[in-house]
Design a protein around this ligand. Structure first.
Ligand SMILES: NC(=O)c1ccc[n+]([C@@H]2O[C@H](COP(=O)([O-])OP(=O)(O)OC[C@H]3O[C@@H](n4cnc5c(N)ncnc54)[C@H](O)[C@@H]3O)[C@@H](O)[C@H]2O)c1
Length: 250
C-alpha cells in the first residue's frame, strides 16, 4: 500500500482526535487507539477510513496487538503519536502509591512500551515518534507530583529514544502542550484556574486541540526531516516567561 500510516493513541477525543483528523486530511491512514471503547466507537462512526483499536497502552499484550493489527491493516507504520494520558492532581501527602502507578502506567510506561513495540516497523519506514508531554513536565507546580514527574520523564525518554534510534533514521520529538479545554483539563481546571492561566500566558488564552495537532503532524512529516530529540512547547509562550510577576507589568 502507498499511503503513509500513523498510530495515534488516546485518539477517541481531545488532542488525539484532532491529530487523527489532521493526518486523515493530509491523506494518511490512521489507527486510532483508545481504551475507552464507547468513546472510540462514537469517534469511529464518522471516520470510516480509520482503524479503531480499543486497547490499553499500559498493557504490553495490548501494545503488541496494536502494532500487529495496524501493520496487517496498512502494511506499514510511518508515525507513532504517544498521546494517551491521564491527569490526577493532588497534594504529595494524598498521592497514594496506586494513584502514582495509575499516572505512570499510562503516561510513562505506555510511551516506553508503544515506542519499543513500534520500533521494528519504524525502522522499515525511517518513521517518526512524537511523544505528548506537557508544560507540567517543563515547569514544576503544586498538585502535580505524579503528573508533572511523568511528563518530565517523557521528555527525557524522548531524548533517549532520539539518541538511540537516530541511526535507523527514526526521529523522536516531544510536544509540550499548554492548557487546552479538553475533558482531561476541564476535570481539574476551575474558573479561577482558567482566569489565572489566561493572565500568566503571553497569548492570554488556552490553545485549541487543532493548534497542538498542527505541531504534532509537522514533526511527523517530511518537513521536519532533520529535526529529532527536540522538545517543543505549544503553550502560548507560557514556558518562555521567567519572572512573569503581574506587578512587573505596565
Ligand atoms: N488538555 C491539556 O490541557 C493538556 C495539557 C498538556 C498536556 N496534555 C496531554 O495531552 C494528551 C491528550 O490529552 P487530552 O487533553 O486530549 O485528554 P483527553 O482526556 O481528552 O484524551 C485522552 C484520551 O486518552 C485515553 N487514554 C487514557 N489512558 C489510556 C490508556 N492507558 N490506553 C489507551 N487510551 C488511554 C482516554 O480514554 C482519552 O480518550 C495527554 O497526554 C495529556 O497529558 C493535555
Amino acid at each position: 500500500m502507498d499511503g503513509k500510516c500513523a498510530i495515534v493513541t488516546g485518539a477517541a477525543r481531545g488532542i488525539g482526535l484532532a491529530t487523527a483528523d489532521l493526518f486523515r486530511e493530509a491523506g494518511w491512514r490512521v489507527a486510532m487507539v483508545d481504551r475507552d471503547s464507547a468513546e472510540l466507537a462514537r469517534a469511529e462512526a464518522s471516520r470510516g477510513d480509520a482503524l479503531a483499536l480499543a486497547r490499553d497502552v499500559s498493557n504490553p499484550q495490548d501494545v503488541d496487538a496494536i502494532m500487529r493489527e495496524t501493520a496487517a491493516w496498512a502494511g506499514r507504520i510511518d508515525a507513532l503519536v504517544n498521546n494517551a494520558g491521564v491527569a490526577e492532581f493532588g497534594p504529595i501527602e494524598d498521592c497514594d502509591f496506586e494513584m502514582w502507578r495509575r499516572v505512570m502506567a499510562t503516561n510513562l510506561d505506555g510511551v516506553f512500551l508503544c515506542t519499543q513495540a513500534a520500533t521494528p516497523y519504524l525502522k522499515e519506514t525511517a518513521g517518526a515518534v512524537v511523544n505528548i508531554a506537557s508544560i507540567s513536565g517543563l515547569r514544576a507546580s503544586t498538585l502535580r507530583v505524579a503528573y508533572g514527574t511523568s511528563k518530565a520523564a517523557v521528555i527525557h525518554l524522548t531524548r533517549q529514544q532520539a539518541a538511540e534510534l537516530g541511526e535507523y533514521g527514526i526521529r523522536c520529538n516531544a510536544v509540550c502542550p499548554g492548557p487546552v479545554r479538553t475533558k482531561l483539563a476541564m476535570a481539574v481546571h476551575t474558573q479561577e484556574i482558567i482566569d489565572a492561566y489566561h493572565d500568566a500566558i503571553p497569548l492570554n488564552r488556552y490553545g485549541s486541540e487543532r493548534e497542538i495537532a498542527e505541531v504534532i503532524c509537522f514533526l511527523c512529516s517530511d518537513k521536519a526531516s532533520y529535526v529529532t530529540g527536540q522538545v517543543i512547547a505549544a503553550d502560548g509562550g507560557f514556558e518562555s516567561t521567567g519572572v512573569g510577576l503581574p506587578a512587573l507589568r505596565r
